[in-house]
Ligand binder design. Structure first.
Ligand code: TEU
Length: 548
């Protein structure tokens, strides 16, 4: 792990065909990688305090390796008051004591690498926490001070209204008074998310410097890459004018074009790309760019981020026309910009697919099909912890909900964040905790053990074993050049039968209608449900390779 520490610029890295980690086509490893997203507070709790931690994760790395994933992405574990479950970061370069220590992180990296897993950290550059020392200083130093330039702080209207009409993504105004009791400090601060998360002012060069340092800090410690939170945020339209469109309450990201997707942000990613590629091996940058394909594709131009999640796809329900349209859009963008899609259907913000796709048995069948789709479409993929178990969304009792979006916008994301069931028995929070302790930070529902890893492990019909098998076959397909993120793919829809036909000869069929679907000629490598006489059952997916 070396870092040359210079500011010398290098051209964009071209794949090195002699790199043992490279794909057979010579493309870099990450173009077809599968990363398993770990939500640390809900993965494994080593000290029994009810919150998962890094030592819990270390102990269970063998499980992740047994799935066949290429790496893990960890949502924030840095010191934080925890208002937005860690996305309100107080100190970007440390570990929150509830998750462990920097030494634990170092051990995690060492052990993950030994197990063949890469480690991605989550970087939150759009906003910080009101507890961050630079925000505290800005509050104390008062209106007009240099310290306030690092944030968007300004007086509102004389009538006591905020500086503009922007709404927070979590609901309510995007502005809060710095000191509502003061008659001399009339400044408000901007927060696109909760009031606990003030937005940085990226027009101040110090902010960019700070985050260059944050990236180097984690990359120097051996992190293999970073997931960039709200990567299309950071810069705001000059002068922070009123939004001409009426922002909706919880959909502020897409409905307020002045708060997001500003041209200046691309320069940051060009700089970070150079920074990431000064490491050996180069570090991976994946952006959370929650925009339509034609806008998000601009973030993966060859000298910017390596990947952005295919959000247009991730947000979808069980809707064949929409899947096909998004598939075609992404294929078009791949041709224009060169970056293959990065598939995902679940994360810690989205309703679990087993529920979103219909719930009950049907929902589970479709969630299983969703796993084969995510892993079979050409590109890279992310799986969210518990997706491999087909976990449903949990209806967390209102008095136990913790998501700030629930308190401001009436939508709770807690149901996708319930601690994993490791064992059938409810003891020690279904094995989430190493020992009987405080009880999990979010309650596990009745029957949670039926979804457990213990119940599914070794059962060939389980979603867990389907995922393992898919990852194993995927590896072979990549090795043999059959799953190639850069081969063209054609998207077809015939009634409810969606197919993604790759030029390599691999076809992914998803039976999204009510009827079984006739599979194309060839060898069926894997299916998420029964195939009889070449017919794939409804609510299922299959991988077929052209014969010969
Ligand atoms: O999410 C940003 C984002 O796009 C979401 O807020 C999304 O709009 C919302 O969840 C509705 O589905 C990132 C993190 O993934 C999320 O957990 C944080 O709450 C948010 O940033 C603020 O940091």
């Amino acid at each position: 792990m070396t870092h040359d520490g210079t500011t010398e610029e290098r051209p964009v890295t071209t794949p090195d065909p002699t790199d043992p980690e490279a794909l057979p086509t010579g493309a870099p490893w990450w173009e077809a990688s599968v990363i398993y997203q770990v939500y640390p507070r809900s993965f494994a709790d080593a000290d029994g305090d009810g919150t998962g931690d890094l030592r819990g994760l270390i102990a269970r790395l063998p499980y992740i390796a047994s799935l066949g994933a290429d790496g893990v992405w960890l949502t924030p574990f840095q010191p934080s008051p925890g208002v937005d479950q860690g996305y309100d970061v107080q100190d970007y370069c440390d570990v929150d004591p509830q998750f462990g220590t920097l030494e634990d992180f170092d051990e995690l990296v060492t052990r993950a690498h030994a197990a063949g897993l890469r480690v991605l950290v989550d970087i939150v550059p759009n906003h910080t926490s009101t507890a961050h020392e630079l925000f505290r200083r800005a509050v104390t130093e008062g209106p007009g001070s240099d310290a306030r330039r690092l944030f968007h702080m300004r007086p509102g209207g004389a009538d006591g209204t905020p500086p503009n009409n922007w709404l927070s993504v979590f609901g309510g105004p995007a502005w809060t008074r710095v000191d509502p009791r003061s008659s001399t400090d009339l400044d408000w601060y901007l927060h696109l998310f909760s009031p606990a998360q003030p937005d940085w002012n990226w027009d101040a060069p110090e902010v960019g410097d700070l985050f260059d340092g944050v990236l180097r800090f984690w990359f120097d410690r051996g992190a293999d890459g970073a997931r960039i939170d709200v990567a299309h945020g950071l810069f705001k339209a000059e002068g922070l004018p009123d939004s001409p469109v009426v922002p909706t309450v919880i959909d502020g990201l897409r409905s307020n074009p002045l708060a997001m997707d500003q041209e200046a942000v691309h320069e940051v990613y060009r700089r970070w790309r150079r920074l990431a590629e000064r490491y050996e091996p180069a570090r991976l940058l994946v952006g959370e760019v929650n925009l339509e394909p034609e806008r998000s594709a601009r973030y993966t131009r060859p000298d910017e981020l390596h990947q952005t999640f295919a959000f247009a796809f991730a947000r979808l329900g069980w809707a064949p026309e929409a899947w096909c349209a998004v598939g075609r859009d992404l294929e078009h963008m791949r041709r224009v910009y060169g970056a293959a899609p990065t598939w995902a259907l679940e994360n810690h913000d989205l309703v679990r697919t087993a529920t979103r796709f219909g719930g009950g048995d049907v929902g589970l069948r479709r969630a299983r099909a969703g796993i084969l789709a995510t892993l079979g479409f050409p590109g890279a993929a992310y799986l969210y912890q518990g997706q491999e178990l087909g976990l449903p969304e949990v209806d967390v009792p209102e008095d136990r909900r913790r998501d700030p979006m629930w308190f401001r916008g009436g939508v709770s994301r807690d149901g996708a964040r319930v601690p994993l069931p490791w064992t059938v028995s409810a003891a020690a929070a279904h094995g989430f905790a190493a020992e009987e302790g405080a009880g999990p930070w979010l309650p596990q529902p009745e029957g949670w053990g039926e979804h457990s890893i213990e119940r599914q492990n070794g059962d060939p019909g389980s979603t867990l074993e389907l995922t393992r098998r898919a990852l194993e076959i995927r590896r072979a397909l990549i090795r043999d050049g059959l799953l190639d993120p850069h081969a063209g793919a054609e998207w077809r829809l015939d009634g409810g039968a969606l197919s993604c036909v790759s030029a390599t000869g691999l076809t992914v069929v998803v039976a999204m209608g009510e009827e079984p679907v006739a599979l194309p000629e060839g060898r069926v490598l894997l299916a998420s449900a029964e195939v009889h006489d070449g017919m794939l059952a409804a609510d299922a997916a299959a991988w077929v390779v052209r014969a010969g």
